[in-house]
Design a protein around this ligand. Structure first.
Ligand code: AMP
Ligand code: MG
Length: 534
């Protein structure tokens, strides 16, 4: 395969060539009508400095490591230099935020550079996050700080390696600028380091991109965007027509269901599942106050803004996705004019999610398939995970170590069946006699169930360890990397990027990252509490 230099990247920028533009090219905040995007240039920054880049994403774009380490690269991906063929723009979208229609939102601090066609003929849109104000910035500065940029950069790549659909991150660059942020909106603003992440995805289109036109009654523009999306990102569906719109909506529902099943598998909480943060391709998009479950707790949300209502907590994610899909259905209804087929597709989301979730749970348990009798086994499992603080990641990894080939799980020396999962408990002393009995009983039922399948320990362990990660980007790990980087040492960003390339492996040198969250991180801001301020 031929490598490219920055100057030979091939852009075709179909989005702006085929969709209606905002005729105004001055960069000031406004309502943008009847347009999918506004042309806008990234702000110039004083001292771009590359912190990290993803070699896998560079490879997608056919760029060598040497090219990524060049000073030109930092100039381009901090927004200082626009390459030949790039045509920067911000898109117009709306959205429901926390259940309420918020009107026009748009790329307020994201600037698309254009779409590259790589050597394999794939289309990849490049987008800078934190590159300055756009017509959609409302009252904000369009910038991003280092802390949230590190979180987005690392988590995008971690999700990819976990096998979770996601937007990608090419690079993380310091801008040399300072940005003011009140991290917890509590009257304590602070100067922070400015940074830019270059995100990469086949498309960044969100549910909200369709909603805005429907809400404004701009149905012809809505149709243009839907047709464009089908022809560009869903071309396998065929030529756009009302029938194809339904097929398309069905596929969006399926992809969304698959996405949420993945989040539930790895213990990821998005934190802000507003309709403007829902990708039409079913990708994880907009890494803000997201978090990873340490202890299994369906009501947990990392987002302090949502701590009252817990609308976006771990256990609600599937229902919220369904609600968001219903908003998308409403938005595209004018193109279809029939409620019944849209409703029945929407209903199928629930079935698809549930069957996907069951399949995923059976894989997490190393079973051949999900039998109807497994309903009780899984329900009891979810109950025992909530008795006392139980680390979800460690529990499933350790469960693979249970010996299902023994005659009797209760050994003569008094070792309990649950012994291998003891590592997952934060406060084992809090387990009551009844809790311990129920956990031991569950492990015995589990062993019996595995024996029914006739799977060997070895096969089961390989299966389980390929879907139950050993390393995830625990909130405290990202925070430690941030603390160091804010003091000029970005080595831990690189270390975590490397660690998370192989999340299912076990490497002795990385053992320190396969353990429970340390006690100091329990209530520390950034580790257990995050906000949208970024
Ligand atoms: P988010 O909560 O990050 O998904 O953002 C919601 C909306 O606010 C989007 O339209 C963002 O582009 C916009 N936004 C968030 N932060 C900023 C910022 N610092 N400057 C301008 N717009 C922003
Ligand atoms: Mg967003």
């Amino acid at each position: 395969m031929a490598y490219q230099t920055l100057d030979t990247l091939r852009f075709d920028n179909r989005f702006i060539h085929e969709l209606p533009a905002d005729p105004e090219t001055e960069n000031y905040c406004r309502q943008v009508m009847r347009a999918c995007y506004s042309l806008v240039k990234p702000a110039k920054v004083s001292e771009p400095q590359l912190i990290a880049y993803s070699k896998e994403v560079a490879e997608i774009l056919n760029l060598t490591g040497k090219e990524c380490e060049s000073s030109d690269f930092a100039q381009v991906f901090s927004g200082n230099r626009i390459l030949k063929g790039m045509s920067p723009y911000a898109t117009c979208y709306g959205g429901h935020q926390f259940g309420h229609w918020a009107g026009q939102l748009g790329d307020g601090r994201a600037i698309n550079l254009g779409e590259v066609i790589n050597q394999q003929g794939e289309r990849w849109a490049l987008q800078l996050k934190g590159a300055g104000q756009t017509p959609y910035s409302r009252r904000a500065d369009g910038l991003a700080v280092l802390r949230s940029s590190i979180r987005e950069f690392l988590c995008s790549e971690a999700m990819f390696h976990l096998g979770v659909p996601t937007t990608r991150a090419l690079s993380l660059t310091l801008t040399g600028e300072q940005v003011i942020r009140d991290m917890f909106y509590d009257g304590n603003p602070k100067l922070e380091l400015g940074a830019v992440v270059c995100r990469v995805a086949p498309s960044f289109t969100r549910f909200g991109n369709f909603q805005i036109f429907s809400a404004r009654g701009e149905i012809d523009v809505l149709q243009q965007l839907v047709d464009y999306t089908i022809l560009t990102d869903f071309s396998h569906l065929g030529k756009p027509s009302p029938e194809i719109y339904l097929k398309w909506f069905h596929e969006v529902c399926q992809r969304t269901a698959e996405l949420i099943v993945h989040w539930m598998r790895v213990g990821f909480v998005h934190g802000v599942m507003n309709t403007d943060n829902m990708s039409i391709l079913g990708l994880t998009i907009d890494y803000g106050p997201y978090g990873w479950l340490d202890d299994y707790s369906p009501a947990w949300t990392p987002n302090t803004t949502d701590s009252e209502g817990r609308r976006y907590c771990f256990g609600n994610q599937s229902q919220v996705a369904h609600w968001n899909l219903a908003q998308l259905a409403r938005a595209i209804y004018p193109l279809i004019q029939q409620a019944e087929p849209l409703q029945s597709i929407l209903d199928s989301y629930t079935e698809e999610y549930e069957s996907g979730w069951r399949k995923m749970m059976s894989r997490k348990l190393g079973l051949n398939a999900f039998d109807s009798s497994d309903e009780a086994l899984v329900t009891e499992l979810l109950a025992i995970l909530e008795f006392v603080e139980t680390d979800m990641t460690i529990f499933f990894r350790q469960l693979a170590l249970i010996d299902a080939e023994v005659e009797s799980p209760f050994s003569m020396d008094g070792t309990m069946p649950m012994e291998p999962v003891m590592d997952a408990y934060y406060q084992p002393a809090q387990l009551t006699y009844d809790n311990v009995n129920r956990i031991n009983n569950w492990i015995c039922s589990y062993i019996e169930r595995v024996r029914c399948d006739g799977t060997s320990n070895k096969t089961r362990r390989i299966r389980m360890n390929s879907v139950n990660p050993n390393y995830v980007l625990r909130n405290y790990m990202a925070q430690l990397a941030i603390d160091k980087a804010e003091h000029g040492d970005s080595s831990m960003v690189s270390e975590l990027l490397e660690l998370l390339r192989y999340p299912y492996d076990e490497r002795s040198e990385n053992q320190k990252y396969a353990v429970k969250r340390p006690e100091w991180a329990r209530n520390r801001p950034g580790c257990s509490m995050l906000s949208c301020s970024s």
